[in-house]
Design a protein around this ligand. Sequence first.
Ligand code: FES
Ligand SMILES: [Fe+2]
Length: 335
Amino acid sequence: MKDLCFLLIIHDSVSIPGLNLAVFRDEKGEVHALDAYCPHMGANFAAGGRVIDDGIECPFHAWRFRGEDGKCTHIPYCQKIPEIAKVKSWPILEINGWIYLWHHAEGIDPTWLPPELEDIANGTWTYRGRTEHLVNSHIEEIPQNGADVVHLAHVHGPLLGAGVDLRYMWSKLWGFGHHEWQAEWEPQSAPNEHIGVMRLGHSIQCFGNLFSIIGMNVTARQIGPGIVYMEFTSSFCKGVYIQSLTPVEPLLQKLVHNVYVHWTIPTFIGKFFLWGEAVQVERDIMIWNNKRYESKPLLVKSSEDSLTARHKRWFSQFYSKNSKRFTFQRDNLDW
Ligand code: FES
Ligand SMILES: [Fe+2]
């Protein structure tokens, strides 16, 4: 389903479809990702392996493997180390407080990198928390939301206090206002064709449109199929949500948001931003969890639906010949 991606790594043991990895920081502080299964007798480095110097020691018979290239460097009971005693080492990038791994269905080297955010690197914006969700959906479903400007009023219009499931939690109490959004989405041109940008204007309108509060502008950069930087500027706060989307199983995605705000902003405001984002994304998740994936949606002639069509064309660059296809589940009923 997906061929080109940076993947979020948050555990020492990482599984995505077709990959099991052991991720560790060596004694010099460098991060490495190795295929998790030992070539000797198949033990899992990520379950009990110990970091030693610049590598990892297998928990079963204590063979050691170097993080940088996956080569076996030590067998406790044998002097001669076979040339083939090695595991695959994956390209890693540590940036903005995240660890990313490059994976391509055709095995090609990275063709682009997520950019560093200067305000995080120099400590102007500081980390204030994260949300994690598992979503039952196709890999393309969640990124596609970035160009779906029509759903904003319907799904994200009611005030946060109305909650997630608007059928049950909407109450007149929260009917005095609504979120209003103006949105546009555009793919970037070469050499940044792997980036799509959504610009969002947001305000809360009260009592009809009598007055508005909390104006905010958001620029969301979709960087490849799995990363989004959502930089926001409001009258009292600047910061960014960094979103990461990782396939866990063919139709199960892990969605993570970290929030960073200016270091002078009190933590409770940072947490408020985190909570607000969680409520809004959980409204989407309720839709995603229950919908089916439409590879050819019924789009009408309108500037709004044409954005979804453009997004599908943009996203198609992330599939290649050996990408796993949705049909393999339909064919063998392996859900
Ligand atoms: S299985 Fe890893 S050293 Fe034997
Ligand atoms: Fe949404």
